[in-house]
Ligand binder design. Structure first.
Ligand SMILES: Nc1ncnc2c1ncn2[C@@H]1O[C@H](COP(=O)(O)OP(=O)(O)O)[C@@H](O)[C@H]1O
Ligand SMILES: Nc1ccn([C@@H]2O[C@H](COP(=O)(O)OP(=O)(O)O)[C@@H](O)[C@H]2O)c(=O)n1
Ligand SMILES: [Mg+2]
Length: 240
């Protein structure tokens, strides 16, 4: 039932969310009903079960903003695929120019490259709760992740936001991004509809999708997000 993935060696992956949830519940029980000797605590911390949430939504739908609030409240590590790719451009890596051109065109960077960056961050993290923001952006992203990690996300958030609202937000974002201009936004919206919505539908059919109304104030939207995670009792059981 459990599989250890060699490349993410400090994390133990479960095959489905039920198993993961039960593992977490068990740890809560353990932590609050027994005096745990130091040795057992160490064992628990080295055999962590990762909890993975994919965060999906169109450009400007509020993914990054809501991720910050989830991090504050539940102690997740936030991995934004776009931020990791932009960091790769800034580091003048061999792939930097290709990534820059792809982002300028609003297209999707080859899956293996994005996954390699995500994987590196997960490997170097002591945490086991990960928000993977802006990924998977295509069925190819999704399938490649499953193949490389041998795991699926525990749950998936989808911020549903009308196009005119997303365009307005992106044009006001002021982060100096090469893709936050009207020409690239139009391309990104087309890519979102053609390539990302099939991923959203895939997780909807699997019963893993939490569709969030992305219109309203940040706090109003977060009110819908909080219950998705509070059911897992992270605040109590998952203090690192
Ligand atoms: N609920 C909201 N209402 C208005 N503006 C928002 C809201 N949520 C986020 N923003 C702003 O919209 C822009 C895009 O948000 P961001 O979180 O970066 O979205 P995404 O990561 O989905 O592209 C940012 O400038 C952010 O401050
Ligand atoms: N999985 C991903 C995520 C982002 N990207 C690229 O990075 C760009 C910016 O992604 P982002 O997630 O930072 O964008 P927002 O939705 O936050 O505006 C995308 O438009 C793609 O060009 C990608 O190729 N593959
Ligand atoms: Mg973002």
């Amino acid at each position: 039932m459990w599989r250890r993935v060699a490349s993410v060696s400090h994390l133990t992956f479960a095959h489905n969310s039920t198993v993961n949830k039960n593992a977490c519940t068990f740890k809560c029980w353990e932590a609050f009903t027994t005096e745990i000797p130091r040795k057992e605590k160490t064992t628990y911390q080295t055999a962590k079960t990762p909890f993975i949430t994919f965060v999906l939504g169109g450009p400007g739908s509020g993914k990054g903003t809501q991720c910050m609030k989830i991090v504050e409240n539940f102690g997740f590590t936030h991995l934004s695929a776009g931020d990791l790719l932009r960091r790769e451009i800034a580091s003048n890596s061999a792939d930097g120019i290709m990534i820059l051109n792809t982002i300028k065109e609003g297209k999707i960077v080859p899956s293996e490259l994005t996954i390699k960056l995500i994987q590196k961050e997960m490997e170097s993290s002591d945490n086991y709760k990960f928000l993977i923001d802006g990924f998977p952006r295509s069925e190819d992203n999704r399938k490649a992740f499953e193949q490389i990690f041998g795991a699926e996300p525990d749950n998936v958030l989808f911020f549903d936001c009308p196009e005119d609202e997303m365009v307005k937000r992106v044009l006001n974002r002021n982060q100096g991004r090469v893709d936050d201009n009207i020409d690239t936004i139009k391309k990104r919206l087309k890519v979102f509809t053609a390539l990302n919505l099939p991923v959203v539908n895939y997780y909807l059919e699997k019963g893993k999708l939490y569709k969030i109304n992305g219109v309203g104030t940040v706090d109003e939207i977060y009110k819908q997000v909080h219950p998705v995670f509070s059911t897992f009792n992270f605040e109590k059981c998952c203090v690192d």
